[in-house]
Design a protein around this ligand. Structure first.
Ligand code: FMN
Length: 352
């Protein structure tokens, strides 16, 4: 029988965004359903019980349209969005490029989404679903006042989500990543802190952040009660890891946008470790970047992440990748004599 990898090669001539819409269509049918549970992967984080620590990363279900279908893959939680106040088309196509030799993607979608009103309708309809749903919020490209965009989104969506992620790190919205700079980030957080919030709140950071800015944000999260943790990380605009292996369509490496997948893995691992140390293990870290195996998942948790997310490995390995990561992670804990995944967080234990 043809496995997903050969199937994906077979349909590789189709534009990536079209393939994504096929994937969304497939999940909507809800034909695919995995219910396996792993006792040693259950984890309690920010007051919520997760059936396992692996979640869907932001950007896959931007319009909250395939919540049950995505949960059926076996995820412990989902992060929906990025949603902006107004609908927007994003950048001109083509804007997504696959680099199969290194299982990477370069994309400059630019927060294409149908806007908060439609998103909210979908989210309200999903309230009966018993799972953890996070919402990732971002500003519109042409917004004159980014702070009021985040205010509006936060206030509209908080009641219907289990956590909120403030996305200040996508490289495809001009100026967005500057919000991470000292001064800007304090302004945003202190303004949002006036909202009476009940739900855990995260900042999603770029892997290209300077050490100075990273230290500043860590201090901010430690002292500001509005923030519960960090999502590490978004895509990178650097290409150094890509040039280590020959690639057939090398013109793609020069495309502008954020790079995700395997070449991002080590970079995010280092940031997770630094942040874990800088914050003395006191904040929640959600690790994302280049996870496609149980080993990758084990490493990020061992470095300090309590929860994980994936996106690009779904593109290359298909729906089964979720169960394959989880079952390997569960087995590796047993092999190492670790009773529960909680006991691995930040322990710096080797997978081998
Ligand atoms: C096609 C695509 C679209 C994405 N869109 C978003 C997005 O809208 N918001 C966001 O915070 N991250 C977005 N991301 C970044 C992912 O959430 C994730 O942080 C990054 O891809 C690293 O994980 P991965 O290597 O498992 O893909 C996107 C990634 C890809 C590949």
């Amino acid at each position: 029988m043809m496995n997903f990898k050969s199937f994906s090669k077979f349909i590789d001539f189709l534009p990536p965004e079209f393939l994504h819409s096929l994937f969304i269509g497939f999940l909507k049918t809800q034909f695919y359903k995995k219910n396996d549970s792993f006792e040693n992967l259950k984890i309690k984080v920010f007051g919520n019980e997760f059936k396992n620590p692996l979640g869907l990363a932001a950007g896959f279900d931007k319009n909250a349209e395939v919540i049950q279908g995505a949960l059926n893959l076996g995820f412990g939680f989902l992060e929906l969005g990025t949603v902006t106040p107004m609908p927007q088309y994003g950048n001109q196509k083509p804007r997504v490029f696959k680099i199969p030799e290194v299982e990477a993607v370069i994309q400059r979608l630019g927060f294409n989404n149908r806007g908060v009103e439609e998103f909210l309708d979908k989210l309200k309809k999903a309230q009966k679903i018993k799972s953890i749903l996070g919402v990732n919020i971002g500003k519109n490209k042409n917004s004159k006042d980014f702070i009021s965009d985040y205010h509006l989104l936060y206030q509209k969506l908080e009641a219907y989500s289990d956590y909120i992620t403030i996305n200040i790190s996508s490289p495809n919205t001009p100026g967005l990543r500057d919000i991470q700079e000292k001064g800007n980030i304090e302004k945003l957080v202190s303004s949002l802190s006036t909202i009476k919030k009940k739900k855990p709140t995260f900042l999603k950071l770029s892997p290209d952040l300077s050490r100075k800015n990273l230290e500043n944000i860590c201090r901010l999260v430690l002292k500001n009660k509005f923030l519960n943790g960090l999502i590490l990380t978004n895509t990178t605009i650097e290409r150094d890891e890509l040039y280590k292996k020959p690639v057939k369509n090398s013109w793609k490496l020069k495309e502008e946008g954020g790079l995700s997948g395997t070449p991002l893995r080590e970079k995010t691992n280092k940031i997770i470790r630094s942040v874990y140390e800088l914050t003395y293990g006191k904040i929640t870290i959600i690790g994302v970047g280049g996870i496609s195996t149980g080993r990758d998942a084990f490493e990020k948790i061992s470095m300090g992440a309590s929860l994980l997310q994936i996106y690009t490995s779904l593109i290359y390995h298909g729906p089964n990748v979720v169960m394959s990561i989880l079952s390997d992670l569960s087995c590796s804990l047993k092999r190492k004599g670790i009773k529960n995944i909680t006991d691995l967080v930040g322990k710096n234990i080797n997978y081998d």
